[in-house]
Design a protein around this ligand. Structure first.
Ligand code: FAD
Ligand code: NAI
Length: 463
């Protein structure tokens, strides 16, 4: 039966489902359209959650093989039950997606099952049935970017979706793209025994990452046995019975060579997914990269139609989509939702983890900012030493005049958790001295953050 709602959200990923819950909390009548069989979007079904499940499991495998003996824990012959590891991952995903379904019921959000299409402002068709709403929210997320000449079949040439589902550890996995997905999934399969080669077009991994952290990261991944072919482009792929032969050549041009792989992972970025929504018919403006153009209140050029998450500009991160979902719901309910884009952390969940927030040193230099740098290595942190995880450092960048924290970049154990402290500091406009004068429990990894903040003022204590 067609129904009328205050808000219809298309897409139940972290942007859409969080927007739905918040709008319902604020008393609006909400529906969320999702065509997938389960809620949670890319993140819960084929992204953040399954990749973190495999990263965690493969970390345990690696620890059992290489680290536990050093702690005096002798486990004998370690073997891999990949089927169990994959089954556990599926259980983790199932529990999470069911959790969202429970939250929809609890908050009385209607799940309209099927593919949504915007017929006109105020009208969403779901598999042919029209539903009406005062507000429509596009939260349809993103999809992986195809690479011409390297045809994905999700069996031998895979995107992250197929790369999370492998039932056999590849002998040689070639990853095209040294970004978030390539390095996380490359790490998983490397730890489980694959030879891994990353082919990256640029001269560095994870473009946009602070250069000093990026170089350290490259060295550490190299020590783990991940081979890098930087400044290299893939020009073609041939599938055959044994696997795939890739043709590569220097990015700047030059002699071609071939690389044999049994699995190729294409991870060269993602693009907004708005096809089939009918946006061209109703005139919703898109930018040159196919993202929905919005104003600061997530409104498109068509009154009553809004957009959030991976479908619009900004980092393609689940927590960014969630913050936008909350902000938009509050705006639609007459409140003043807002997202601070200067304080959105980004984390690569390899080991060690890499986390960053705010500006990099390169960005500060480019805009001619005057700044101080405070750095502290995990080798000088007691807890990191006790854990046996001393690789990496914390780097804090603060304004030279005001000491306000402008950015922080961490490579090391649990960097993704440590960065939250800096995010709060930046939200409150804190100075490095504010962090330095805050009592941190001992012995914790967070003391490395405090020491880096002390180092901004040239007064670190433990180095
Ligand atoms: P999505 O999560 O993509 O959800 C959009 C939903 O809309 C989908 O379920 C789709 O089926 C649905 N949809 C699309 N069109 C229609 C339609 N016409 N009708 C009905 N439904 C429709 N981010 C992090 O922050 N941390 C991580 O650790 C992380 N790991 C990742 C790992 C991988 C392998 C991948 C691929 C991504 C990862 N991301 C991570 C990115 C994160 O998944 C995205 O930024 C996030 O999911 C974006 O949320 P969204 O709500 O905008 O869109
Ligand atoms: P990415 O943008 O992180 O990295 C893509 C890489 O591929 C870049 O280094 C780019 O220079 C390179 N590249 C582009 N074209 C190429 C080509 N033709 N040949 C070789 N290299 C090429 O994209 P990725 O890894 O696909 O992930 C997509 C997005 O998903 C990420 O940007 C991130 O927003 C999100 N994500 C977030 C995670 C997290 O938060 N931990 C984990 C996984 C994904």
């Amino acid at each position: 039966m067609p129904e009328t709602f205050d808000v219809i959200i298309i897409g139940a990923g972290p942007g859409g489902y969080v927007c739905a819950i918040r709008a319902a909390q604020l008393g609006l009548k909400v529906a969320c359209v999702e065509k997938r069989a389960t809620l949670g979007g890319t993140c819960l079904n084929v992204g953040c959650i399954p990749s973190k499940a495999l990263l965690n499991s493969s970390e345990h495998f690696d620890e059992a093989n290489h680290k536990l003996a050093d702690h005096g824990v002798i486990v004998g012959q370690v073997s891999l039950d990949l089927a169990r590891m994959q089954a556990r991952k599926a259980e983790v995903v199932a529990a999470n997606v069911k959790g969202v379904e429970f939250l929809f019921k609890k908050n009385k959000v209607t799940w309209l099952k099927g593919a949504g299409r915007i017929a006109a402002a105020g009208v969403v068709e779901v598999d042919g049935t029209a539903h009406t709403a005062k507000h429509i929210v596009i939260a349809t997320g993103s999809e992986s970017i195809p690479l011409p000449g390297v045809e994905v079949d999700e069996t031998r040439i895979v995107t992250s979706t197929g790369g999370l589902e492998l039932s056999v550890v590849p002998k040689h996995l070639v990853v095209i793209g040294g970004g978030y997905i390539g390095l996380e999934l490359g790490s998983v399969w490397r730890r489980l025994g694959a030879e891994v080669t990353v082919v990256e077009f640029l001269d560095r991994l994870v473009p946009g990452m602070d250069m000093e952290v990026g170089k350290t990261f490259e060295r550490m991944l190299g020590k783990q046995g991940i081979k890098m072919k930087l400044k290299t482009k893939v020009t073609g792929a041939k599938m055959h019975a044994q696997g795939v032969t890739l043709t590569v050549e220097p990015a700047a041009g030059g002699a071609a060579e071939t690389i044999d792989a049994d699995i190729v992972l294409v991870a060269i970025g993602r693009r907004a997914h708005t096809e089939a929504l009918g946006l061209a018919d109703i005139g919703v403006a898109l930018d040159e990269r196919g993202r929905v153009i919005t104003d600061a209140h997530y409104a498109t050029n068509i009154p009553g139609i809004h957009a959030i998450g991976d479908a619009i500009v900004g980092p393609m991160l689940a927590h960014k989509a969630e913050e936008e979902g909350v902000a938009l719901a509050e705006i639609l309910a007459g409140q003043h939702g807002h997202v601070n884009y200067g304080a959105i952390p980004g984390v690569v969940y390899t080991w060690p983890e890499v986390a960053s927030i705010g500006e990099t040193e390169e960005q500060l230099k480019a805009r001619g900012a005057l700044y101080n740098v405070g750095k502290f290595p995990f080798t000088a942190n007691g807890r990191a030493r006790a854990m046996g995880d001393m690789d990496g450092f914390v780097k804090i960048l603060a304004d030279k005049t005001t000491d306000r924290v402008l950015g922080a970049h961490i490579i090391g154990p649990d960097a993704g958790t440590l960065i939250a402290e800096i995010a709060i500091a930046m939200e409150f406009g804190a100075s490095a001295e504010d962090i330095a004068r805050t009592c941190h429990a001992h012995p914790t990894l967070n003391e490395a953050v405090k020491e880096a903040a002390l180092a901004v003022g040239g007064r670190a204590l433990h180095i």
